[in-house]
Design a protein around this ligand. Structure first.
Ligand code: MN
Length: 202
């Protein structure tokens, strides 16, 4: 297991096929105010690639990865990351899978669907959230920050496997796919000012 840190873009030598686990770290949770600082990627093989977003540097290969229609991007709470990627890299991220939505659809026995919760419940893995609010805008990252950032993508493939089986068991696999397909629109609504105001509500 190794963590690779890249600056500005993904190197040409790093390729993913089929699916890739993705997470992002930002300066904060405000889509309009806060910039994208880091994109984490994993093929589900125990390695993680961290790409530091350098302001003013065009992340051409990263953008191509997000737009690649043959590559499934697996997120936890894709709604935020997809909106961040759209706003700061100017690219529509698709196709996507969201472990949080999957968990909400098939694990109605609990209301705890955080990454920490589902890693513990489904994989028996304890995640630390200690570095969550550290400074992701920095030009270098501590070993603890890099491990934290990597942890957010290292388990998503195995979570997807478990969640897919539960979605089938509960008869909600198709509903999940429809939700995943809508995520781009959900992110666009967030960016357009309908983040809190549910247009489906009465
Ligand atoms: Mn994260």
């Amino acid at each position: 297991m190794a963590i690779f840190l890249h600056h500005g873009d993904l190197p040409e030598s790093v390729r993913f096929s089929g699916s890739v686990a993705v997470d992002t770290e930002t300066m904060g949770l405000n889509l309009q105010r806060d910039r994208l600082c880091l994109v984490q990627l994993s093929a589900g093989d125990g390695d993680a690639h961290l790409v530091r977003i350098v302001p003013g540097m065009d992340a051409i290969r990263l953008k191509a990865l997000f737009a690649d229609p043959t590559l499934l991007k697996i997120f936890h709470f894709a709604r935020f990351d997809v909106a961040m990627v759209a706003r700061h890299l100017g690219v529509a991220c698709a196709p996507v899978y969201c472990t949080k939505i999957a968990s909400k659809l098939c694990r109605t026995n609990t209301d705890r669907h955080g990454l920490k919760d589902i890693c513990r419940d489904l994989l028996g893995v304890e995640l630390s959230k200690e570095q969550q609010t550290s400074d992701w805008g920095a030009e270098s990252f501590s070993a603890e920050q890099q491990q934290y950032a990597a942890n957010d993508v290292l388990h998503l493939h195995r979570l997807k496997e478990k969640l897919d089986a539960l979605l089938v068991r509960e008869g909600r696999a198709e509903l999940a796919l429809a939700c995943f397909a809508f995520l781009g629109t959900r992110a666009a609504l967030d960016l357009a000012g309908w983040a809190e105001n549910d247009i489906f509500a009465h």
